[in-house]
Write a protein that binds this ligand. Structure first.
Ligand code: ADP
Length: 656
């Protein structure tokens, strides 16, 4: 009767791994997809930004090119407008209006018109006549300046030519000054010589005599801070700033400008002086002919931009030209992390590689506009904000997937646990109920058929039926407790409990077996054990399960000990046996539901693997603990520790 029949399969066959694997796949695959999309989106974003920026850079460079072109067209218009004026006026007009650093003007035949170092005389003065010779004799041979002055004074009356008249007056003034008669000299220099009539009179090399006479008058003046002196200086300054007729040779103008600033430092600086010097410097270098309306290099770090007809050449210094271009094309303003640089023809390549280059406007052949990145990669900087959005979206997506998977996982695992429990329960119940019922039926049939020898045998059969019945009752009790445990419907009735009573009740309930011939029971309860707050019936269930196991898992010569004692503010209940013991791994799992060390189909010991899980549940509810000391083949010792204070009310007081 004790041999078990075949066990039905349990829910343990319901492996979680395929489901877990599938679940993992549902997380890993979308996560991998999200990551792939994310990285692709980030890469595309970087490319798109690079493309957009390059497009914007091109627009920027083209806008600068257009601005430069407009700048040159303005210059072209200014040159064309000035072209109609006399040569000297063209120079003055273009220089003072800032169109060019300097200007050189040619006539239609390509002959230089301005600046001329000397002005050709319209008509050469007459050969020196006898009065000139006589006066010259007195001045240079006899060194009689007074007499020479008188001799020179007679010439203007006879002279037919205004140039000769002016020359004679200048010679007279010179001799008077030499004779110490400075005042008389000044009167001539600022009087007749400064008259409108002699305004165009020229001396050697085409120099205008009147402005020279004014300078001489200033040099002869004794008081340099008199009103008259200042008026004279002002008059000469006006004359030097006047580029109208009669034209002054540029050499004379530059000389007088410098000399006047020395004699009268208060005179304001001449705005055209630098341009005059530059034009002279330019012409001295003999520049090659340049193409109209095209900027070309000239010797001496200068640049030339001739008008449409080539008559007016605007001259630029390199630094002025570059500054003008920078401001016209707004090249100094950084644009989206990049700057535009104007590159001259033939200049060495810059250190930083250009992102893109466009040709400068057609007026600047060979020049280029290059766009270079300033500092860090602006593409990355511009893309990083978008990328951060992608990144966060990706992370949020992955987190959502993970959370959903976790929820689904928990749900599935709960469902699987339930399914397993159901399977285990059905399998165990059907098996464990079938065996005792079959035994009872056989015994009852035997008794009914009168197949027993005597009264003792009949009695033995009855006691066997009673034992199977007891087993069934305990089994069903365990199922009911387990079912309540699962539905969280277990309620304990806590009250003062004395352990000796619990021990007595449990031993009494199993007296039949424990006092059997092949079993030796030892009960040792310490005297004066404190009462604990607990559910008495529940503790009896605990002890019954432990005793049942000790009995079941011991061989023929069973020695079972029940001890109750106090240790470390706990009352302890110990059930030790000399049974088959447990491996270390099995000892870890025995408190799990439906766990049985021997899962073979022909287990000899009855049971459904619920006893110890019920024991643990009850002990936990009392705030206690349970552990097992065991050795395979030597026996096991289960110790339940319950706090002396108890865990009153831990699970309410309702009993289901
Ligand atoms: P069962 O109804 O199978 O006895 P339990 O939950 O009471 O279920 O015990 C779980 C398993 O622990 C048992 O199947 C048995 O293998 C092992 N076990 C329990 N008590 C002992 C013991 N005293 N000696 C050896 N093995 C034990």
């Amino acid at each position: 009767m004790t041999k078990r029949s075949l066990r039905t399969s349990t829910g343990r066959g319901l492996e979680p791994w395929p489901v877990l694997g599938l679940l993992l796949l549902t997380v890993v695959v979308p996560t991998a997809c999200v990551l792939w999309f994310m990285s692709a989106a980030m890469r595309n974003e970087r490319l798109a930004v690079r493309q957009r920026l390059t497009q914007a850079y091109r627009q920027h460079a083209l806008a600068a090119q257009e601005a430069l072109e407009k700048h040159w067209l303005d210059k072209q218009r200014a040159l064309a407008k000035a072209d109609k004026l006399p040569a000297a006026r063209i120079f003055a007009e273009l220089v003072t209006s800032g169109v060019a650093d300097s200007v050189v003007v040619y006539d239609k035949a390509g002959q230089l018109e301005y600046p001329l170092l000397e002005a050709p005389l319209a008509a050469e003065p007459d050969e020196p006549s006898s009065p000139w010779l006589a006066a010259g004799e007195l001045e240079y041979q006899q060194r009689l300046p007074g007499k020479a002055a008188e001799a020179y004074a007679t010439i203007p009356r006879e002279a037919k030519d205004r140039n000769l008249t002016a020359r004679a007056l200048r010679a007279q003034a010179r001799c008077l000054a030499q004779a110490g008669r400075k005042h008389e000299a000044v009167v001539i220099l600022t009087g007749p010589l400064a008259s409108a009539e002699l305004r165009g009179a020229r001396g050697a090399g085409g120099r205008l005599i009147a402005p020279d006479a004014l300078l001489l008058a200033l040099e002869l003046a004794e008081e340099t801070d008199s009103r008259q002196f200042r008026a004279l200086a002002g008059k000469l300054a006006d004359r030097l700033s006047d580029y109208g007729d009669p034209a002054m040779p540029s050499g004379q103008r530059r000389f007088l400008m410098l000399a006047l600033r020395e004699v009268a430092p208060d005179v304001p600086a001449f705005p055209t002086l630098a341009a005059e010097h530059l034009a002279a410097e330019y012409l001295e270098a003999r520049p090659p002919p340049a193409r109209p309306l095209q900027l070309s290099r000239a010797p001496g770090d200068l640049w030339n931009f001739p008008s449409a007809g080539g008559e007016v050449a605007a001259i630029f210094r390199t630094e002025t030209l570059l500054a003008e271009m920078r401001s016209a094309g707004r090249l100094d303003e950084p644009f989206a992390g990049a700057t535009l640089a104007l590159v001259r023809p033939g200049s060495p390549p810059a250190e930083a590689e250009a992102v893109l280059a466009v040709a400068a406007p057609r007026q600047m052949p060979g020049w280029k506009l290059e766009l270079r990145l300033a500092g860090e990669e602006p593409f990355a900087a511009a893309a990083s904000r978008r990328n951060a959005i992608y990144l966060w979206t990706g992370i949020v997506g992955i987190v959502i997937i993970a959370v959903l998977a976790l929820m689904v996982g928990r749900f599935v695992s709960r469902q699987m646990r339930l399914a397993r429990l159901k399977n285990d329960l059905i399998a165990t119940v059907s098996h464990e109920l079938k065996t005792p019922l079959a035994s009872i039926r056989v015994l009852v049939d035997t008794l009914l058929a009168g197949r027993y020898q005597d009264q003792w045998q009949a009695r033995e059969y009855f006691s066997l039926i009673a034992r199977e019945n007891e087993r069934l009752t305990r089994l069903i009790d365990n199922f009911l407790t387990f079912s309540r445990m699962e539905r969280k419907k277990v309620a304990f009735e806590f009250g003062p409990v004395k352990l000796d009573e619990v021990v007595a009740a449990a031993v009494e309930a199993m007296a039949d077996r424990l006092n059997g011939p092949n079993c030796k029971l030892e009960v040792r309860v310490a005297p004066d054990l404190p009462a604990i707050t607990a559910d008495r019936d529940a503790l009896v269930t605990v002890l019954l399960n432990l005793l049942d196991n000790a009995y079941k898992y011991s061989k023929d010569d069973k020695r079972i000990a029940v001890r109750a004692y106090e240790a470390d503010a706990n009352v302890c209940l110990e059930v030790a046996d000399n049974g088959i013991g447990l491996s270390r791994r099995a000892a870890k799992n025995i408190f799990d539901r439906f766990y049985q060390v021997d899962q073979s189909l022909t287990r000899s010991a009855g049971g459904c693997g619920l006893g110890l899980s019920i024991v643990k549940f009850i002990v936990d509810a009392h705030g206690g603990s349970i552990d097992v000391a065991t050795q395979p083949g030597k026996g096991s010792s289960f110790t339940v520790r319950l706090p002396v204070g108890g865990a009153a009310g831990a699970a309410g007081s309702r009993k289901d």
